[in-house]
Design a protein around this ligand. Sequence first.
Ligand code: CAA
Length: 691
Amino acid sequence: MQTVRIARQGSVAVATIDNPPVNALGAALRRDLATAVTEVMADPEVEALVLAAAGRAFIAGADISEFGKPLAQPILPEVLDLIENAAKPVVAAIQGVALGGGLEVALACHGRVALPAAKLGLPEIKLGIIPGAGGTQRLPRLIGAAKAFPMMLSGEPVAAQKALDLGLVDRVVEGDLVAAAVALAQELAAKGRPRKTGEIAEKLTQADREAFEALAKDATAKSGDMPNAMALIEAVRGAFTLPLAEGLAHERALFARLVVDERSKALRHAFFAEREAAKVPGIDDSVKPRPIARAAVIGAGTMGGGIAMCFANAGIPVTLIETSQEQVEKGHARIRDTYGFSVKRGSMTEATREQRMALITPAVGIAAAAEADIVIEAAFEEMGVKREIFGALDKVAKPGAVLASNTSYLDLTEIAAATTRPADVLGMHFFSPANVMKLLEIVRPEGVAADVVATAIALGRRLGKVPVVVGNCFGFVGNRMLEQRTRAAERLLVAGALPHEVDAALTGFGFKMGPFAMSDLAGNDIGWRSRKSRGKTAAVADAICERGWFGQKTGRGYYLYPEGARAGQRDPEVEALIADVSAKEGVARRSFTSEEILARLLDPMVNEGARILEEGIAARSGDIDIVWLTGYNWPAWRGGPMHWAEAVGLDVIVRRLEEQAAESGDASLEPAPLLRRLAAEGKGFSALKAA
Ligand code: CAA
């Protein structure tokens, strides 16, 4: 298929790129682009070329699915050389996004015109790489390194007007973009030989270099485990110290090294997994979501308040419901305070805060949910409470309203059965803090209507969430796997590890917090209550709670939190208590390396993930990864638990689980049949088709 078509507007040729869905620069487009440029330049009747695009994007960048494989000729830098060195001016007409390689195409052009809604950026950093087709060399030359570097370091695109202010585009036009690009092309042609971006030197001054080095120093201190921030600095520095051709070659060499790195592979996996998660079996475009104009949230606690904020942030009016005036006022005030932090930080204006607050109506009693198109219940986590609320809701909610529970564990079928309209009931599980965390687990009990699921997905997107549809089981995907990790952490304590060792292994892996610091922060009593309600025990965790050591809120938990201390300190009494439990259970304590601790924490999670796949609770292993990446701060560059397991090798995970099962006598650690089968076949989870 031809991906570029050429037309003429007077003396200017217009090459229109048309490679749906987003004009990614795959092999065919690179080839057609090179051919188009060569042909136009050889045509004596043409004095300039406009590069325009059909569809919603100018160019969304390199075709990410080609990364890590041998690239077909011509590679992008070669195409860009053709454009930049053309004897006649080439002007980019930018609508939609110009990202990554897409912006690099525009940078190699001699002029750039954009529509007001266009967005321009170099997001490569988010994929674990750096721009590989001249971005690090041409952008600093065009706008100065002190402005170019932050754009590449954040990966965030800029809007057209900002691009104009930066000097990244020459004109922003309303209306006929191509006509404006043709006009600029003619003006440039009248001036003779076009000026190459690579030849611009006036922005790369001593002052610019100093400003860039200061930013680079700051970035070095914050770059953590990602090698690409360092590579980016090195590449941009080359813009000051090397001639263009050498700078480009240097950038390409750094890019080539990063693109094969496991961390970049993991980030690319996450990119595609997130898009894949949007495709839900049984819910296609023919299933239309129900319209949502007004929402209600039942429960004004931390979760309910956070969910109400999500609605207000998306401009959807929401009623916040409690059982008493005092409770609802408290919840309402807490929301005002939370917005207040943003105002104080300067990320929100006072006027915006007032606008958002005006969208939240506090109310007492479930009858206030009568007008809502969707009701989200975020009350106490107990089946009796939930059933009572849903029974009452059934009587007041308008016909067709979606009734959702934010339960973290409970059976949605049982909740739905408290109503006369179970087809309208599903789970919408937000993650704390609800106004910040991206994940929305949409729990699909049997019997729920397809358009109700579609409504939850569409609403999730409107709220800026990443919706992942999961099946109905205890803890769904995320918490069900988390429980395995929690049990593993307890087992490690009894076997000989100490809380700070377990936590350090996990933070060393890239998590922000280990399981014990996390539990201390959330409150150890939460898990205790949940265990008691299910008749479960955990010797160390229970003993700590029996002493009232609930965590940070009580000044001690697994760690000590003396007045004013933000991080927990080791507690000799806790360590003695743990040793006591080991002795009582007849366990000879031994030490564990970080690698052993990690394997013991993560392998059981992967095992549970395999069971979740077997049972069809998650449609794909990528969905499980997205749950962990967006809801539990799994380190992005490790791609999620299932991706990680594949990188380790499923056969290795199986062997380690077998060892653990034999040592502990805990049958739940036996590898799941699916895990065994895939390991034996030498396959990964990603080989499975969507359930
Ligand atoms: N390569 C391959 N496929 C891509 C792609 C890319 N760069 N960008 C988007 N797609 C695909 C998506 O996978 C999706 O495919 P399916 O429909 O089959 O799932 C489809 O295009 C539509 O994407 P979205 O669902 O994300 O659509 P959207 O409208 O919400 O967003 C977008 C569009 C803003 C372009 C977004 O897709 C995006 O941010 N893409 C990635 C952009 C990027 O990172 N570009 C840099 C690439 S690296 C590079 O260019 C290196 C270099 O220097 C040479």
